[in-house]
Design a protein around this ligand. Sequence first.
Ligand SMILES: N[C@@H](CCC(=O)N[C@@H](CS)C(=O)NCC(=O)O)C(=O)O
Length: 265
Amino acid sequence: MIKLYDSAFSPFARKVRMILEHKGLNFEAVDGLLKSNHEALKAVNSRIEVPVLVDNDLVVANSADIVSYLEFRYPTKPVYPETPAARVHARAWERAADTLVDAILSDISYWKWADRQDSMPEGLLQAARADLRLVYDALEKDLAQREFVSGPLSIADIALFPHLASVRAMEVEFAAHEHPNLVRWFKQMRALPICAADLRRAREFVVSLKDRNVERQRIFWRGDRIEWMLARGFHDWFFREIQEHRVLWPGPTLPGSMEPYPRVL
Ligand SMILES: N[C@@H](CCC(=O)N[C@@H](CS)C(=O)NCC(=O)O)C(=O)O
């Protein structure tokens, strides 16, 4: 029995859920970011982050590690490419999606969903546009030669999709006159059943956000998102966030003991 601590709002959880669906695996999804599920999530991941995958008594946290576990344990319909070069390329894109694209898009998203009265610091959106352009240019180059980012459909495409699906809403979109192959790729991805289902869940989540008991007062910050904010010069803004108690930090986390995890749900 597979259980996924999920959230339709988390690009990392969305990546894992799409891979479970791609592989045709049965699983139960629990919204781990609902406040009512925090204790259950904390019992399997003391960082209190989604996604976490529980496969019988085995707990796997961190999306890239979950994907790697799923590839090893359920190898049918692989998402890691076969050739060494393509595999390295696809994993590098997964990492770029997880650490760079996520950081930029998260850091400009707070004024869209968090419960706050201020507006985005001046220059932040421009910094996001400049850095995302580098991403779009690199993808355009790769996609000029291939149907998907690393050849056949792979972890690269699935990791990038949830992020790139939000760029229009975040006002940092790419366009056909500059990035025609990227636009072609996005349309092709959007039509895949796993992506169409993902978009439906994400839209439903956004529409019902105000009625959901999720944290919207304080923002959960961690490594890459802080790095991008500081590296782009918004340290004063960030330190004010800390001083004004609008920051939540992840808990410390260590590998489990290889014992069965505590059953909470
Ligand atoms: N490195 C982790 C990152 C996961 C992550 O950042 N999860 C966020 C949602 S996107 C989270 O659970 N944050 C806790 C919160 O928002 O309360 C992974 O790849 O799984």
